[in-house]
Design a protein around this ligand. Structure first.
Ligand SMILES: C[S@@+](CC[C@H](N)C(=O)[O-])C[C@H]1O[C@@H](n2cnc3c(N)ncnc32)[C@H](O)[C@@H]1O
Length: 197
């Protein structure tokens, strides 16, 4: 199951073809059509709902109830959890409650996420993918990846995407994604294997 798959721009057929069936949660109809065009041999079950994630659902059981329909599915959050603030038009519940529902529903299941941790107008210092454990001071990470550059005339903005809670007590890997000049994202990749809490 993939949340926010779009047309699978960040995914490879070699990886996706390991799965007999893929539940693709993607509200954007153009992205869903493009996904089928890009991967015509794969078996997608398309879900267009945008009220499934705990932050976006009016009722507390929506996310867990949806997952329960696919008891054996592993879940991938494909660059979507760092966008929640942009997607959330109504605050259905407290942030802490949404996070509690998220972890509760995913308990005992394999899941992974890659998501925005920080983004910046600054050029990144290193494109190296690095392993980390647990939550870091975001200021420390910002200084490490987007250090102030002498002679830089414009203000440097570093945005915290409020996703560091996903990294607590977990190993994670950083990736750098340069979307365009003056917009670079520091992506965190994290996973839970069965047997981990
Ligand atoms: C930043 S894009 C990531 C796209 C792609 N996975 C990638 O890595 O390039 C976020 C995706 O989440 C989708 N999305 C928006 N609202 C959503 C929701 N409520 N549930 C699931 N996906 C959603 C968007 O349509 C978009 O395709």
């Amino acid at each position: 199951m993939i949340f926010g798959v779009s047309a699978g721009w960040t995914l490879e057929e070699r990886f996706l073809s390991r799965f007999k069936r893929i539940v693709a949660v993607e509200p954007d109809p153009v992205a869903r059509a493009a996904l089928r065009v890009r991967f015509p041999r794969l078996n997608f079950e398309m879900i267009s709902r945008e009220d499934l994630l705990p932050w976006l659902s009016a009722s507390p059981e929506v996310f867990s109830g949806f997952l329960a329909q696919y008891p054996k599915a592993a879940v991938l959050f494909s660059n979507v959890l760092g966008q929640i603030r942009l997607l959330q038009k109504t605050a259905f519940c407290e942030e802490a409650e949404a996070r509690r529902r998220f972890f509760l529903a995913l308990g005992g299941r394999e899941w992974a996420s890659y998501h925005d941790l920080l983004s910046s107008t600054h050029e990144v210092k290193s494109h190296e993918s690095t392993k980390f454990k647990g939550v870091f001071q975001l200021e420390e990470l910002a200084n490490r990846f987007f250090p102030a550059q002498t002679g830089h005339k414009q203000d440097v903005v570093v945005i915290d995407h409020d996703t560091s809670w996903l990294l607590k007590d977990r190993e994670w890997r950083s990736l750098v994604w340069r979307l365009r000049p003056r917009q670079t994202h520091l992506i965190a990749c994290v996973s839970q294997q069965v047997g981990q809490s």
